[in-house]
Write a protein that binds this ligand. Structure first.
Ligand SMILES: NC(=O)c1ccc[n+]([C@@H]2O[C@H](COP(=O)([O-])OP(=O)(O)OC[C@H]3O[C@@H](n4cnc5c(N)ncnc54)[C@H](O)[C@@H]3O)[C@@H](O)[C@H]2O)c1
Length: 518
């Protein structure tokens, strides 16, 4: 018998296979085992043990089968052929296990396997569920997402527990579940929360939409700071349930998403999987948690879509999305509103405007500009109609983190109050108030990277990017004290310093070789 693997199949898969095997009328004679030597080629040995357990009944004798060419014996249920005898011949043979050999041994093996499965299910396992694969080359394939990786549950509890003796200032410490913790914004926010003494637990499926090496680098820094990140999909409701029950979160900061406007043309299903289905799965588990945590989630400036009124205010039209990404982000706002309306969930949606900074996203223009500038490769700058330059309200990550933390701190409690009223449904712009053309942005980047860019201007492809974003942040300023302070010059200086250090030597060869979708 091989040792049981940690990545055990889901319970439903095991039961389905058990059921079909037990219901099967097949008699595995030596003849058949010769003609179908690979009838069960891929079974995890653990499943065999489990199904031997299930087959363990005086009426369902257990067979030991040796396939021709197979080094060992494998257990399969066999059907009684006559009396207690099971047919066997030369070649692969079936012995009478239940009646002739050592039943205690099989029982013991089965019990051990069940105990391993039980431990895994309670302390770190999850179910793999058939759904849409969100990642990489197989992005359009329907497949089974990977079961969550094994975690030590005591370390999870330590991670989500606030630091002791830290609330001398009277402020209440939070316990925050951060989804998308291996992502750019999730990483920086998790670090800040932990620094303030709050308990933090991350969840991220660490998909390969952009180079995983960067997500791993972020996760490693989180781990150094004492933050555990569950490597799991948002749609893994069993694991989310376990985390919610164990940690008693006060807040859920939902940042996990399939980001990127242009990639949606290539892989629309990954947006539905993560941004719509994943969000609903999470919300469902949250509203069935007592006490119910408060929720802050990431929306996007892209919801303003074809809106031409500037600066973009939260009250402007958001019913004309220009990309599928934007449509899913708007759907998130609607979904969140529904949960606020029906369940009294305290929800805040944050519309981020082009966030940049250290450990940023390689799929975003500023990052690929840096990749190309340092390697003397040309950079492509998009132009709108009539050769008009794109402009963006670039927002530094430290300002965004300020706004996110403040949104968490100012959230009302979830649930209806004694007078029947519910917490307000809040939406805020988190931008920088000063749109800058991409050309000016590149000039500053050149200055801080110490190299001149080879610029190529081309018309913007029709993949959903909008020509202009400009945030009205007065609402966030009034309610959250949001006040973006980092100038583009200072922010890009910080980014360039980090980039040059991170990419020294071969550290980021994979990141530099990565080509985002156009
Ligand atoms: N960075 C920006 O400029 C910007 C602008 C507007 C909105 N946003 C939104 O802010 C949030 C954070 O963005 P970011 O820049 O950190 O993006 P990111 O891609 O770096 O981070 C998102 C993380 O979510 C994870 N993820 C995706 N699908 C998942 C799933 N099904 N289950 C578990 N994890 C999953 C990814 O692995 C990734 O690490 C996203 O919701 C994004 O849409 C970002």
């Amino acid at each position: 018998m091989h040792a049981a693997r940690l990545n055990v199949p889901s319970m439903s898969v095991i039961w389905k296979q058990l059921f079909s095997l037990l219901m099967s009328d097949e008699i595995m004679t030596s003849q058949q085992s010769r003609s179908k030597p690979h009838r069960y080629p891929n079974y995890v040995r653990l499943e065999l043990s489990l199904h031997s357990m299930a087959a363990w009944s005086p009426k369902q004798p257990l067979g030991l089968i040796r396939y021709p060419g197979s080094p060992g014996l494998e257990m399969l249920p066999t059907r009684r052929i006559s009396g207690n005898a099971v047919r066997g011949r030369r070649g692969g043979f079936i012995t009478r296990a239940w009646h002739g050999e050592k039943p205690e041994l099989f029982t013991l093996i089965g019990v051990v396997c069940l105990a391993v499965y039980g431990y895994y299910a309670v302390f770190g396992g999850s179910s793999g569920v058939t759904s849409v694969n969100t990642v990489g080359k197989n992005a359009l394939a329907v497949s089974t997402y990977k079961p969550a990786k094994f975690v030590s549950w005591p370390s999870v509890l330590k991670s989500c527990t606030p630091r002791e003796g830290d609330d001398a200032d009277g402020s209440e410490k939070m316990r925050v579940l951060v989804t998308g913790s291996a992502g750019f914004v999730g990483f920086h926010t998790s670090l800040r929360l932990k620094q303030f003494g709050h308990g933090v637990l991350g969840v991220d499926n660490v998909n390969d939409y952009y180079p995983v090496v960067l997500k791993r680098a972020r996760l490693s820094k989180l781990s150094d700071a004492g933050i555990v990140s569950l490597e799991a999909d948002l749609n893994d409701k069993h694991l989310i349930r376990k985390a919610l029950d164990a940690c008693k979160f006060t807040h859920v900061l939902h940042l996990a998403a399939q980001a990127g406007v242009r990639y949606a043309v290539k892989s629309p299903s990954s947006y539905v999987h993560s941004n719509v289905a994943g969000f609903v799965t999470l919300l469902e588990e949250i509203v069935h948690t007592s006490p119910t945590p408060k929720v802050v989630f990431a929306s996007s400036s892209s919801v303003y879509g074809l809106n031409t009124k500037t600066p973009f205010s939260e009250d402007d039209r958001t019913d004309q999305p220009a990309s599928l990404y934007a449509a899913t982000k708007k759907a998130d706002e609607h979904l969140a509103h529904t949960y606020n309306h029906i369940h009294g969930l305290a929800v805040t949606g944050l519309r981020f405007f082009t966030v940049y900074g250290s450990y940023g996203r390689p799929d975003m223009a500023y990052f690929s500009f840096a990749n190309n500038i340092v390697r003397n490769k040309p950079i492509t700058i998009f132009q709108g109609e009539g050769g008009k330059e794109l402009a963006r309200d670039f927002t530094h990550i430290s300002d965004v983190v300020d706004g996110v933390v403040s949104s968490l701190e100012t959230s009302e409690a979830s649930g209806r109050k004694a007078d029947g009223t519910k917490p307000a449904f809040r939406i805020y712009n988190l931008g920088n108030k000063n749109p800058v053309t991409v050309s000016d942005f590149v000039s500053l980047l050149e200055k801080h990277l110490g190299k001149t860019a080879k610029r190529e201007y081309i018309p913007m492809p029709k993949t959903g990017d909008v020509p202009f974003t400009h945030a009205d942040v007065s609402k966030a300023t009034a309610d959250l004290g949001y006040d973006p302070k980092t100038s583009l010059d200072e922010g890009l200086k910080q980014f360039a310093e980090w980039y040059l250090e991170f990419c020294a030597g071969s550290a980021c060869a994979e990141i530099q070789a990565y080509k985002p979708s156009r």
